[in-house]
Design a protein around this ligand. Structure first.
Ligand SMILES: [Zn+2]
Length: 138
């Protein structure tokens, strides 16, 4: 049952035989083709696909980065150019504008009533302590 017909002379050989018993031609099995030819070709195709995907992905990431860098620099220039001249931070660099903005926020926090009351109380306490220490020293 497990026999291979020789393609050269037509003799049926045992499936364990490598060559024909009569003409000594190499016997080809259907499994030989699958084992030796197909997988390497598929592996090469898969690695080619993976390489293409990696290269494409890398190029896509590079394009995205370059585009976003261009966008950031151009929008920062546009932002400065689009500001009206009467605005306090017109024509300033982004860092300077941010610094002045945070300073304004800091001023606002400084004049908030809760902080003012706290500062007043601290000053009063310090004045009282000073008065006490002065009167003790006299
Ligand atoms: Zn043969």
């Amino acid at each position: 049952m497990n026999s291979i017909k020789c393609v050269n002379c037509g003799l049926s050989n045992f499936s364990s035989d490598l060559e024909c018993r009569r003409c000594h031609k190499l016997l080809y099995r259907p499994t030989d083709r699958i084992a030796s030819n197909k997988p390497p070709r598929r592996n090469a195709l898969i690695s080619l696909l993976i390489f293409a995907a990696l290269a494409g992905g890398g190029y896509y990431i590079y394009l995205g980065l370059a585009q976003s860098v261009n966008q950031v620099s151009s929008t920062d220039l546009k932002r400065v150019a689009a500001q009206p001249a009467n605005q306090p931070d017109a024509g300033l660099s982004r860092a300077e504008a941010d610094r002045q903005k945070s300073q304004r926020v800091g001023n606002f926090v400084g004049i908030s009533p809760g902080l003012n009351a706290h500062t007043n109380r601290t000053q009063q306490t310090q004045q009282t302590i000073e008065q006490l220490t002065n009167s003790n020293a006299r």
